[in-house]
Design a binder for this molecule. Structure first.
Ligand SMILES: [Fe+2]
Length: 188
């Protein structure tokens, strides 16, 4: 698979970010998720996880003012597809949101997405999706402990919490203290 290098990925962030602030926020978050996913790697394709983690939020830049944030995964997938990047890489963008969005979730919650499954499917999609739960692009950005992330899922019902718990059992927990120190973001 012909995956872009880290430098090429950084250049894509610079190209699509509307301003420096958005670039810093999203690129830093993506590097952190890459770090966390790297800690949890087992037999996934390491290069695909790395490129996927670094690109998973590339669609955030394309959100129109007022457009639902949940659409950023789909926009990222479209962006990478338009660049002729490999489909397994592009799919990581549209399959990393929350703990997985099913077609049923889209219909029941009337989410502004085409009604198909966006559940993480491949080992690489699943690992990036899981790693992504431990850091948020809030203002200021923060690391999420497993319990704070689990609490934030409560509004999506017991199914979502159970899915997250199954992921923690499968992958274990990443070290957040190291990255928190390196990036200067709190662990909350
Ligand atoms: Fe993310």
């Amino acid at each position: 698979m012909d995956l872009p290098s880290d430098d090429e990925i950084r250049a894509l962030h610079e190209r699509f970010a509307p301003d420096r602030e958005a670039f810093e926020l999203v690129w830093t978050h993506c590097r952190i998720i890459c770090d966390i996913a790297g800690q949890l790697l087992t037999d996934e394709d390491e290069d695909l996880v790395r490129a996927g983690a670094l690109l998973h939020d590339i669609g955030v830049y394309r959100l129109a003012p007022g457009e639902a944030y949940i659409r950023h995964g789909l926009l990222g997938h479209e962006t990478l597809r338009a660049l002729d990047l490999p489909e397994p890489l592009a799919r990581i963008c549209s399959h990393h949101t929350g703990v997985g969005i099913s077609r049923d979730d889209v219909l029941r919650q009337r989410l502004p997405l085409p009604p198909v499954d966006y559940l993480a499917d491949t080992p690489e999609e699943t690992l990036v999706m899981y790693a992504d739960k431990f850091h948020s692009k809030t203002s200021p950005p923060r690391f999420n402990t497993p319990s704070s992330y689990a609490a934030s899922l409560a509004r999506f019902g017991p199914g979502a919490t159970a899915r997250f718990q199954a992921l923690t059992a499968q992958y274990g927990l990443p070290d957040l203290a190291g990255p928190a120190l390196r990036y200067g973001h709190a662990v909350l």
